[in-house]
Design a protein around this ligand. Structure first.
Ligand SMILES: NC(=O)c1ccc[n+]([C@@H]2O[C@H](COP(=O)([O-])OP(=O)(O)OC[C@H]3O[C@@H](n4cnc5c(N)ncnc54)[C@H](OP(=O)(O)O)[C@@H]3O)[C@@H](O)[C@H]2O)c1
Length: 230
């Protein structure tokens, strides 16, 4: 059996812990330098996962932007960008979303058995729909990704997905960027929802790096022994 992929969580939030505002517009939290850092992190991964709500709300491309990094991946025998992965319970995904239409690489959609038929109807023509059992768990997704050769997975949100990997103890590293402003609106989504997290006052996560990137601050946390020291 293949080893579970290394799981790296990446998130940008406001000073008060929000990852978006409450409007339909996408809130930009990172700056250009940090987006370039994220691009490098993406380029070093085999797959990128976001929740279906992020696909619907942000319509992200999830591609490696830098031509040099894409060329370096191809020279190593990899596709230009990582495999794109999402999870849905409803199957409510638009096949014209950029997740599906941009990039030639594989797109994987994990769903529970009960919505597999609907999900295949919606996006079966533009993605591989995987019936991941009932309910879909991060562990099941990781097992299937490992069998497909994914060794390093980047999870880019949103809060529901981050919380599931964290509470399941299936995250190895967290890149948390804090943008220098407040959102101040509790209707907006937070980095994570409520849950029982393995890191609490009695078990503190290990900081492996703190870096100022122009006007934002990146903190890298090691969440497992698999995360190399700073
Ligand atoms: N600042 C950042 O770094 C950042 C990054 C990404 C996203 N965001 C923001 O995060 C917000 C979205 O976050 P969110 O927490 O609402 O949603 P999310 O984590 O993006 O997606 C949640 C959705 O994913 C599906 N899902 C998740 N776990 C599942 C499971 N175990 N089984 C089946 N389906 C599952 C469900 O889709 P269905 O509803 O289809 O059933 C669920 O509604 C947006 O506002 C976005 O802008 C911010």
């Amino acid at each position: 059996m293949s080893a579970r992929p290394y799981v790296l969580l990446s998130c940008a939030m406001s000073i008060d812990g929000y990852i978006d505002d409450a409007t339909a517009e996408r809130l930009l939290l990172s700056n250009d330098s940090d987006l370039d850092r994220i691009d490098a992190v993406r380029a070093a991964c085999d797959a990128i996962l976001v929740g279906a709500a992020t696909v619907r709300q942000d319509d992200p491309r999830l591609l490696v932007r830098s031509a040099r990094r894409r060329a370096e991946r191809v020279a190593r025998g990899l596709p230009p960008s990582p495999v794109k992965v999402t999870v849905t319970g409803s199957g409510d995904l638009d096949p014209t979303a950029r997740f599906f239409t941009l990039g030639d690489g594989a797109k994987l959609v994990y769903c529970p058995t009960g919505s597999a038929e609907r999900t295949r109807e919606q996006v079966g023509a533009v993605a591989t729909v995987v019936d991941a059992g009932e309910p879909v768990t991060p562990a099941a997704v990781l097992t299937d990704l490992a069998a497909r050769g994914v060794r390093r997975l980047m999870v880019e949100g949103g809060g529901s997905v981050h919380a599931q990997f964290l509470t399941a103890g299936l995250a190895d590293e967290l890149h948390l960027v804090v943008a220098p402003f407040f959102v101040g609106d509790r209707r907006a989504p937070r980095f994570v929802r409520d849950g029982r997290f393995p890191w609490h006052p009695g078990r503190r996560a290990r900081v492996v790096e703190v870096r100022q990137i122009d006007d934002v601050v990146l903190t890298r946390y090691a969440l497992s022994d698999r995360c190399p020291p700073g």
